[in-house]
Ligand binder design. Sequence first.
Ligand code: WTA
Length: 653
Amino acid sequence: MAELEMQALFEATGAARENAWINSLEQYRRMYSRSIEEPEIFWSELAESFFWYKKWEKVWDCNFDIAKKPIRIDWFLGAKTNLSVNCLDRHLESGRGDQSALIWQGNRPDEQRVLSFRELHREVCRFANGLKTAGVKRGDVVSVYLPTVPELAVAMLACARIGAIHNVVFSGYSAELLADRLVDSACRVLITADGAYRGKKPLPLKQNADKAIEICSKIHNHRVERCIVLRRAGLPVSTRPEIDIWWHELVRELPDRCEPERLDAADPLFILYASGSSDKPKGIQHVVGGYMVYTGVTFKHVFDYHDGDIFWCTADIGWVTGHSYAVYGPLTQGATSVLFEGGANFADPGRICEIIKTLGVTHLYTSPTVIRTLMKQGDEWVDKCDGGSLRILGTVGEPISPSTWRWFREHLGKANCPIVDTWWQTETGGVLIAPLPYAIAQKPGSVALPYFGVEPAILNDQGLELSGPAEGKLAIKRSWPGQMRSVYRDHQRFEESYFRVFPGYYFTGDGARRDADGYYWITGRIDDVITVSGHRLGTAEVESALLAHAAVTEAAVVGYPHDLKGQGICAFVVLKSGIEATNELQKQLILHVMDKVGSFAVLDKIRFTTGLPKTRSGKILRRILRKISSEYSDLAAASESVKGTGVEKPQSD
Ligand code: WTA
């Protein structure tokens, strides 16, 4: 990175800065020191602003040391609360009942729904009663396979109200991946819709759900007992009275009051599956108390949220960003959250401008992929776009290049809005590293400094902590309240995945650099995870889909730099003998992977080869494949560089 980029500083000034919760570097430093030196007092004070049935006996008690197993993460010990009460009831009591909680923009421009806190409270209570009628009890897992519609938030909050554990599965995932998640979470109740809109065409969600339920019973001997179906797209669906029930019929005539469960702070709130290294996805498990406090306070501080702001997180609720900053974080603070069914993935500049303008959006939290897609469409539209209401811009999910950052600031933000580049993970629950917008000057491409209570470390390959400016592996030295507590039903996997490689640290799987000012720069994943358009994808998921194709005998998948998606997917495929590598087969494989994994898993490059480079013990040498796939613009050089690796010159692009 050019020295100049590392030094460029952007600092917000003016009235917004004066009113900010944290408005100077000194204030940040003071609070940060206190959060590290006196975590009990620091977190107690922040947690006081939430509603608790019973306060904690102890603030935290954690063990990060794998030598002294088990790994244990406990926050707000002995406390009792309910997250849906924190998101809804307490705002009714404080007079916010008529304020918009959710403003939903449908796929079609004329589809809009606004739910006030009072209306959302009623919907949540009614559906919580519906879940009880369907047999759901405290501690049960409920899977939710819905697009970004208000009912997805309603379903999550209803689970939170009765102490059921929600397991949201991104609606772009295939039936196979949904089935894996249903089986792994031992889930017996599924919520879905007849269809979902992504772009122009409705996706047949219920059909996928039916297929998943069938896979569960036929292959895994696991029975999904209930399927609650929301009418959304008007698609015809098959209904089996013993399993299926329409959402609207389930809630008909049910009361709109529902007594919340008094849950322990340590009770599970949700699981969300995330891809890791070459292994099956992990059920990342979060709990009620710590997650609530952490998403709430990070929402307030990182986005400097104030009453009256209109917050738009463009992420699909099916990913953690949507969980934490479209639903829970904003609602705990009584904020108005904008939900967009399109997920902004197809980045239609007209729609984005229109939503910002008509709703008076003050905060736009999106991903580098969306920004790059917008950039590609030229500057004209954006320069015409009335973004006058915008105050803060945010980005997440993948590294943002300084030039994309500058474009975002200059064109969308009209050079007036601070940019918060927020680094975090499904595992962390909320933002861990980001510039607080009015306290920490921003450098384009850097995620800046840690949030309160977060102690990052840069480690070398041997696990030695490096001080000062350094580059290496990013780990975290101590727990924070939003940290995941376990891998669902597999605590050992939690310990082994995150605490074994570097004993004493939580290992993030990311590489990072720290500059002379202590600013962090994320260099990307150093494991087998590919981040495609900000969506986390395990190489293993794509490889096993390829291996399920009749023509394929071996496959390896790697990510490579992609102009638009951040990372593209490159597959190296060995065909069964006698099968020819044709363009037709290539197309078939692309469709096959989309069908098996999900519509966003598009293979960008396929390389047919006669063998894969492996170590003596048979492990695929992905490092070599990565090199080949990223340097592929020069075919001759690439085939030269693969000599002796068993990989042949590609047959097509
Ligand atoms: C990457 C998304 C660079 C990183 C919230 C991390 C980022 C993974 C940033 C987690 C950022 C997230 N800059 N990289 N600001 N934010 N990442 O679990 O590699 O879907 O480990 O959570 O995204 O992805 P996940």
